[in-house]
Design a protein around this ligand. Structure first.
Ligand code: NI
Length: 181
């Protein structure tokens, strides 16, 4: 296990645009992928982007089969996504609660596109694409935003929804299981 420190909002490098991955089948990339999985698992996250552990390269990991933090969320295959591109499949958006391991203990309602197609490379450098919707689409948009230096508070439409998870839950505003990364 190589659990890494997760950078938090206020750290300037989280706002940088990350550069593509160009080398595959390397010890460096293997270690980065393992560190992302280990760090995500340690925090029971649904996803993690490399900039969050201080590596400004275009790679994210996400997915879970059953996550106790999101008991009602649909399963998402465990995925390594490198140099991703997102194509919108329609203009429709949904607004749902999100959190982020780089914005600890907080939640807000974030609008995201409902249906997307994403493409990129897996850990072996092989191309793949998927058409997804709903929670899966939300997680991918959240993670890929990190690669462009965007944190979810920048996407919040109504900042009155931003609050501490504990207080949002106690006051009955936070009902659904939020998307965390
Ligand atoms: Ni995040």
């Amino acid at each position: 296990m190589a659990i890494q420190k997760i950078l938090r909002i206020g750290e300037p490098s989280l706002l940088e645009k990350s550069s593509p991955i160009t080398e595959f089948n390397s010890a460096w990339l293997d270690a980065l992928v393992q560190n992302l999985w280990d760090t995500m698992a340690a925090h029971r996250g649904a996803g993690l982007a490399a900039p969050q552990i201080g590596v400004n390269r275009r790679i994210v990991v996400f997915g879970f089969e059953h996550n106790e933090r999101y008991p009602d969320a649909p399963e998402i295959p465990l995925t390594v996504l490198i140099n991703p591109q997102i194509e919108l499949l329609g203009e429709a958006m949904d607004e749902q609660w999100e959190g982020c391991l780089s914005v600890p203990d907080m939640r807000a309602k974030v609008p995201r596109y409902r249906q997307i197609r994403y493409r990129g490379l897996n850990a072996q450098g092989e191309a793949f694409s998927r058409e997804v919707e709903g929670f899966h689409a939300r997680v991918v948009q959240h993670e890929c935003d990190h690669l462009d230096g965007v944190l979810y508070p920048q996407r919040v439409r109504d900042l009155r929804t931003l609050g501490f998870r504990e207080d949002l839950e106690r006051s009955g505003q936070l009902e659904t299981q939020p998307c965390d990364d």
